[in-house]
Design a protein around this ligand. Structure first.
Ligand code: ADP
Length: 160
C-alpha cells in the first residue's frame, strides 16, 4: 500500500470532504490532508490554523490520517511525503473542467504521481465550502452538511 495526499483549502471542511477522506483512508496506508496556507491569491473565511483545527476534530477516529499545511506545488509536497496519489473529489460535471486541467498539469509536472477522483455520497454532491459559507452567512440551516463544531464556528464567524 502507498500513501496518498488530499489537498484543498477546506474553508471549512464539510461532510462532502469527510466522506472522501473516509473512503480514501481505507485505500492507503497513510492519507495526508494538505491544507493550503493563507495566501493573497485566495482569501479564506477561516485561518489555516482554524481550518486545521476543524479538520482535526472531524478525523479523530481515523488513525492513518495526518493533517499538514502547505504553500508549494502539490506535486512537490507529494514527492516529499512519499505519496504517488493525489485524491480529488468529483461532484457534478461542473468540477470536471477545472479538475481535468489541474490533473493534466500535475501529470506534466510529475509523471509518477497519479490523480485519483472519488465521488462522495449523492447526499453531498451539490455542496461546496463556498455554498455552505454563503448560506450560513444569511443564517440558513446547513446542519445536514457540516459537523456540529463547523456549524458552531460558522455561526460565530457570521455573528454580528
Ligand atoms: P480547492 O480550493 O482546492 O478546490 P476545496 O477545499 O474546495 O479546495 O476542495 C478540496 C477537494 O475536495 C476538491 O477536490 C473538491 O472537488 C473536493 N470537494 C469539495 N466539496 C466536496 C463535496 N461536497 N464532495 C466531494 N468532494 C468535494
Amino acid at each position: 500500500m502507498s500513501n496518498a495526499i488530499y489537498p484543498g483549502s477546506f474553508d471549512p471542511i464539510t461532510n462532502g470532504h469527510i466522506d472522501i477522506i473516509s473512503r480514501a483512508s481505507k485505500l492507503y496506508e497513510k492519507l495526508y490532508i494538505a491544507v493550503s496556507k493563507d495566501n493573497f491569491l485566495k482569501s479564506t473565511l477561516f485561518s489555516v490554523d482554524e481550518r486545521i483545527e476543524l479538520i482535526k476534530m472531524s478525523v479523530e477516529a481515523m488513525p492513518n490520517v495526518e493533517i499538514i499545511d502547505f504553500d508549494c506545488l502539490v506535486v512537490d509536497l507529494s514527492r516529499k511525503l512519499n505519496c504517488n496519489v493525489i485524491i480529488r473529489g468529483l461532484r457534478a460535471l461542473s468540477d470536471y473542467d477545472f479538475e481535468f486541467k489541474m490533473a493534466l498539469m500535475n501529470r506534466s509536472l510529475d509523471e509518477n504521481i497519479v490523480t485519483l477522483f472519488m465521488m462522495p455520497h449523492e447526499r453531498y454532491t451539490h455542496i461546496s465550502s463556498s455554498l455552505i459559507r454563503e448560506v450560513a452567512s444569511h443564517g440558513g440551516d446547513i446542519s445536514q452538511y457540516v459537523s456540529t463544531f463547523v456549524n458552531k464556528a460558522l455561526g460565530k464567524a457570521f455573528e454580528e
